[in-house]
Design a binder for this molecule. Structure first.
Ligand SMILES: NC(=O)C1=CN([C@@H]2O[C@H](COP(=O)(O)OP(=O)(O)OC[C@H]3O[C@@H](n4cnc5c(N)ncnc54)[C@H](O)[C@@H]3O)[C@@H](O)[C@H]2O)C=CC1
Ligand SMILES: O=C(O)[C@@H]1CCC=N1
Length: 264
């Protein structure tokens, strides 16, 4: 596969790292106005670092646009004449609908919206995919790429905005929970690095329990909350402070922010 990533910032460089780790390409062009984030990859075999988007598009079959929503339109317009019917165009831009991409490069092109997260750099992304009519024929190709970098789910485009919040922004939400646990552990007397290690491994164990058991989180909570014990005391104190409600409100606020981003 000959892949180009246009925009190698936080997410583009994470995807590049995952692809390079997996060696899942015959050619990988990494194009950005500022290539500092991917300089470390320039010695990798079959990887080309460039600031020439057109060159990257012309050299590739799959073009992934990892640009901020406010920048993607200009770049799409620049390279539109170079995008052929055989190209597979992938966009990770939050709130930037397929219809807007089609209005620039045409609805006769293979277009797939991809919503991964930064865990893609270590092959642990939850990636949601949604294609236009022409792109339906390439959805298996996209699944093959992103299933090597984590797990995928094909969803209707109407759900990509929610997937952005749950799966992409979700990394930051879970990181904040880990950080808060670490702060609590420090208050209880652990050194910061010890607190971090305890919090991270417990978080990893919790997620692994759910993945491997297939059980509901509350079933696992019931296995921890000894009657009159410390766990239920802590959980109820958190809920009295609005823990679940705060998380849900944050998710909804994040979703609503994307509506504003769409208007830009
Ligand atoms: N960061 C994340 O965890 C996720 C981000 N996204 C989406 O991915 C997109 C990128 O987000 P980030 O990586 O966080 O942003 P970023 O700002 O870190 O990266 C964007 C890159 O685009 C480059 N760029 C800007 N104009 C360019 C041009 N004309 N030609 C070439 N490169 C150009 C910038 O130099 C920058 O390196 C956004 O649309 C965001 O909504 C989606 C899911 C997760
Ligand atoms: O925060 C943002 O807007 C982007 C989309 C999801 C993660 N980062």
């Amino acid at each position: 596969m000959k892949i180009a990533i246009i925009g190698t910032g936080n997410l583009g460089s994470s995807i590049a790292k995952g692809l390079i780790k997996n060696k899942s390409f015959t050619s990988l062009y990494l194009s950005d106005k500022n290539t500092s984030a991917v300089k470390t990859f320039e010695e990798e075999p079959h990887v080309t670092i460039t600031s020439d988007n057109a060159k990257a598009v012309e050299a590739s079959d799959i073009v992934l646009f990892a640009l901020q929503p406010r920048h993607i339109e200009g770049v799409l317009k620049d390279v539109a004449p170079l995008i052929k019917a055989d190209h597979v165009v992938l966009s990770v831009a939050a709130g930037y609908e397929i219809s807007r991409i089609e209005s620039i490069i045409g609805s006769d092109k293979n277009i797939i919206r991809v919503m991964p997260n930064t865990a893609i750099s270590i092959g642990k992304s939850m990636t949601c995919l949604s294609a236009n009519d022409k792109g339906q024929g390439k959805i298996e190709l996209a699944k093959n790429i992103f299933n090597q970098l984590g797990t995928t789910m094909v969803i209707p485009e109407e759900q990509i905005q929610a997937a952005t919040v749950i799966c992409a922004s979700g990394i930051a939400f879970w990181m904040r929970l880990v950080r808060a646990t670490t702060q609590g552990a420090i208050q209880l007397g652990f050194e910061a690095h010890e607190a971090h290690d305890l919090a991270v491994q417990t978080c990893f164990g919790s997620a692994s329990l759910l993945i491997e058991s297939g059980r509901h989180p509350e079933q696992e909570i019931d296995r921890v909350t000894t009657p009159s014990g410390c766990t239920i005391e802590g959980l109820n104190a958190m809920e009295h402070q609005g823990l679940s409600s705060a998380l849900i409100q944050g998710i909804v606020s994040s979703f609503e922010k994307i509506n504003q981003i769409k208007k830009n």
